[in-house]
Design a protein around this ligand. Structure first.
Ligand code: HC1
Ligand code: SF4
Length: 567
């Protein structure tokens, strides 16, 4: 504790870990590339240098504040230094800004502008390194990398994977995979968190926008779109709304204007997933099946389990994710009802997630040789299409999803937040056993941003132990506890991204803790406002299960809505 002076202003230190936090508290937006409050401090970018009286220039991100410090953030030396850093970065950087995926949201571009850099006094280095486009989820362009190390620390510290590291020396230094292998050939789980923190266009989401335009403009195709829970509370950020501000109606209206033939909701199959997965849990409890039951709707987690925990694959729920249940319904059942062949219907998803692009390409998710989900757009890609079409998002009259695949309960909305799948299953099992008349079940212990959450549930005279994790490093910790016998659970929800899908790698930037909290609040607000509280309240879903499968949890649903895993 104590006080410091920042540019003449006295500021309390309180629990600030470094000078940078104190400076930001004083209302001064010091620029940085490599500082993220949730990652370790790296101190590489030198943008946050300040002058401390008696000590000279220090990196504010890696220097703790001390009582009585007198700090100056804008001196001739700090200004000169910051500009020089930017100029050196630009000299080494591919400067095709106009056609860059991150043009407009690039930190290097923003800071060059903010600091008034109008010329680069160093020679431009033109050495080009090949772009890696092998992954279904991401594109890596090393020519745009500024070596801040954000991706390296994100993948290592939050996901526990360590796909990226620095390689080579001197001017040849670059961030790459082990042995410089193509991204598609390493253990990357496609979560996109590295791209979410990348300040430039070095790591970007692979775009499927052009292919979706082609489908929309092809008169021979019926194009159906499904929208994930977490998109509706984030897409508005691209149009000036705050994280969590609801934009569902405008989003639906925009999708219709873009030319999609049917605008449906992934909430529909989220409810279906809860029913199938809830019955699976009850079945395992009754028959002594493999426990804990792990959720399987996060494709980054599924790939992680396949690669590193083959012995746990029988614990994963056999349910396909809501995205893939939806694709399967559309291609196998909905298409037939509207008199089409599977190949005549194009199924597009809009997801907060980059790993969904990978999931959609898994060979097991096809019908008569065509993919169940043809294309996956990130939230940001959809925003780009809306902008390209010149649609004024904020002035759109809200519209409703189409039916029958456009209806979802509040329990489906919260799938987009860490803990939401578990709460949804809790709502189902506790009301299912009481004959569907259990009233409102709100299950607070699994809500919130913490990495590992635990709860228990009284069910039928039995106490169920539940756990919810987000971030694969946290998942690994929990799995080690389970495997060593230090913990036992009946059910575990795993989501790879911090905060759950709402923090997915395809969400608008900044995709930081504040934005995630806002979106989380938004989702629980939508749940509260929703009349249908439990999945089985959704009669469109229960009817579809009857009509297409003869009811839930039987060999027919297992054929079309469940899957298996490959070590
Ligand atoms: Fe998710 Fe899911 S919640 S995985 O985060 O189970 O992407 O939003 O669509 O499939 O419903 C993502 C979100 C999403 C699926 C559902
Ligand atoms: Fe690591 Fe995820 Fe990036 Fe892959 S997508 S490199 S797993 S952070």
């Amino acid at each position: 504790s104590g006080k410091v002076t920042v540019d003449g202003q006295v500021v309390e230190i309180n629990d600030a870990r470094n000078i940078l936090e104190v400076v930001r508290r004083a209302g001064i937006k010091l620029p940085t590339f490599c500082y993220h409050s949730e990652l370790s401090v790296y101190g590489a970018c030198r943008m946050c240098m300040v002058e401390v009286e008696g000590r000279g220039l220090v990196a504010s991100c890696s220097t703790p504040p001390a009582d009585g410090m007198v700090i100056h953030t804008s001196t001739p030396r700090t200004r000169r230094l910051r500009r020089m850093v930017i100029e050196l970065l630009l000299a080494n950087h591919d400067r095709e800004c106009t056609s860059c995926d991150r043009s407009g949201s690039c930190k290097l571009q923003q800071l060059a502008r903010q600091l008034g850099v109008t010329e680069v006094r160093f020679g431009h280095r033109d050495r080009k390194v090949p772009v890696d486009g092998t992954s279904y989820a991401l594109v890596k362009n090393p020519n745009k990398c500024i070596l801040c190390g954000d991706c390296v620390r994100m993948c290592k510290e939050i996901q526990g994977l360590g796909i990226w590291d620095f390689a080579f020396r001197g001017a040849k230094t670059m961030v790459t995979t082990a042995f410089n292998k193509p991204l598609a050939e390493v253990a990357c789980v496609n979560c996109g968190q590295c791209a979410a923190v990348c300040p430039t266009g070095a790591l970007t989401v692979k775009s499927e926008v052009d292919r979706v335009w082609d489908a929309i403009l092809d008169p021979a195709k019926m194009v159906v779109v499904q929208v994930a829970p977490a998109v509706r509370v984030a897409i508005g950020e691209e149009f000036g709304l705050l994280p969590g501000e609801k934009a569902t109606g405008q989003m639906v209206a925009a999708l219709k204007k873009l030319g999609f033939d049917r605008v449906f909701d992934t909430l529909f199959t989220a409810d279906m997933t809860t029913i199938e997965e809830g019955l699976e849990l009850l079945g395992r409890l009754e028959k002594g099946g493999r426990l804990p039951l792990f959720t399987s709707c996060c494709p980054a987690w599924v790939k992680y389990a396949e690669q590193f925990h083959a012995d746990l694959l029988d614990n994963l729920s056999t349910c396909r994710s809501p995205q893939q249940m939806f694709g399967s319904l559309v291609k196998k059942h909905y298409a037939r009802e509207v008199g089409k062949q599977p190949a005549e219907v194009v199924c597009v998803s809009v997801m907060p997630c980059t790993a969904k692009k990978f999931e959609a390409r898994r060979p097991e998710f096809t019908t008569e040789g065509v993919p169940d989900v043809d294309f996956v757009l990130s939230t940001t890609e959809l925003a780009r299409m809306i902008k390209e079409a010149g649609i004024v998002f904020n002035e759109l009259e809200p519209e409703m999803f189409d039916n029958p695949l456009g209806m979802g309960s509040g329990a489906a909305v919260i799938y987009g937040a860490s803990g939401g799948v578990m709460e949804s299953v809790v709502r189902f099992v506790s009301t299912h056993l009481s004959g569907g008349d259990g009233g409102r079940v709100d299950f607070y212990p699994v809500r919130g941003m913490q990495g590992i959450k635990e709860a228990s549930l009284e069910l039928n005279g039995q106490t169920l132990q539940l756990a919810v994790v987000n971030g694969l490093a946290n998942a690994e910790k929990l799995i080690q506890r389970i495997k060593s016998g230090r913990a036992f659970y009946h059910a575990v929800e795993v989501m790879a991204c911090p905060g759950g899908c709402l923090g997915g790698g395809g969400q608008p930037v900044p995709n930081n803790t504040a934005a995630r909290l806002g979106r989380m609040k938004g989702l629980y607000g939508l749940d509260r406002a929703e009349q249908l509280h439990n999945p089985q309240d959704n009669i469109f879903v229960t009817r579809a299960l009857e009509r297409w499968f003869g009811g839930p949890a039987n060999p027919n649903t297992h054929r079309d809505l469940h899957t298996r895993y490959y070590p």
